[in-house]
Write a protein that binds this ligand. Sequence first.
Ligand SMILES: *Cc1c(COP(=O)(O)O)cnc(C)c1O
Length: 357
Amino acid sequence: MRVFNFAAGPSTLPLPVLEQAQKELLDYNNTGMSIIEMSHRGKPFMAVNDEANQLLRELMNIPDNYSVLFVQGGASQQFAAVPLNLLKNGKADYILTGNFATKAYEEGSRFGDMAIAASSKEDKFTYIPDMKNVKFRDGIDYVHTTYNNTIFGTRYTELPKTDATLVTDMSSCILSEVVDVSKFGLIYAGAQKNIAPAGLTIVIVRKDLIGNALPQCPTMLNYAIQDKNNSLYNTPPCFPIYMSLLVFRWLKNLGGVKAIQQINEEKAKLLYDFIDNSSFYTNNVNKKDRSIMNVPFVSPSEELDAKFVSESAKAGLASLKGHKVLGGMRASIYNAMPIEGVKALIEFMKKFEMENK
Ligand SMILES: *Cc1c(COP(=O)(O)O)cnc(C)c1O
């Protein structure tokens, strides 16, 4: 039996997508083999690759002067690939809003003169710094932000005020809400949170930023090489690309990003309203900055948190344990989490509170 799976990543996928993948696994489109057993240069896979690319462009309304690259190595690889491709003047500014933002800054610092323009670390990353007050250095190649902070449950609602190129890590929120891609020079995202199985990383990059890689940039990380080869320079992550295509079709069918954003906001509101009206559960994030994808919360004690995690799992609500740096609980309510899952979680939370108050 399938459970409601609140894992932060890899995470739940839409049931109709899994069913279609299962159906096609033995024989993809009358080829007599699965999509993961054939050449990535053959017609069937090339068609999958092209349609996935095209559908993502359509769903995110990506302008023609951007390239969409399907690469490997996870979002963490982009912590290095971004500076290796974008540093012309050798410096960039970072805003630290969590663990992944900090890792991006630390990795970037290996390749250039990087500065922290703002950080919410002293308040345990419970908010996004006020963009009005964040100043950047002159002559920087980019500003790096982490749009949604998976561990701490925050997200940007405003962009940095700068003429510099904006780079953002959207691993845990890509396709969850409408974004104006033209405001960014580069967006990257690991697929395993809100799109597909692990193994695929999406890079959306404005074409004028391609072609300036540093001499030490490895071939595989060079956006120009990936772009020129339609992301097929070497063997691509075939299965996650195929799964992405199925998810993109599912999302388009549902009405696209605008439609899923409404559902996501409704799910998040249900959960936050319930937590805010409860004297038992707490979410410490600044209200304006709350993520609609990842909702961390605690009960009155660490003991009860542990009990909550184990009892909720028995009740068919899986993977609610919080990240180890925060403790407590975390409900990741990505696109594929139906509203019924959030309602079931709230019912369980009510019952648990009654029994343990
Ligand atoms: C999960 C995550 C990462 C790390 O992704 P990998 O694909 O495992 O490298 C980076 N940034 C954010 C915001 C994430 O949620």
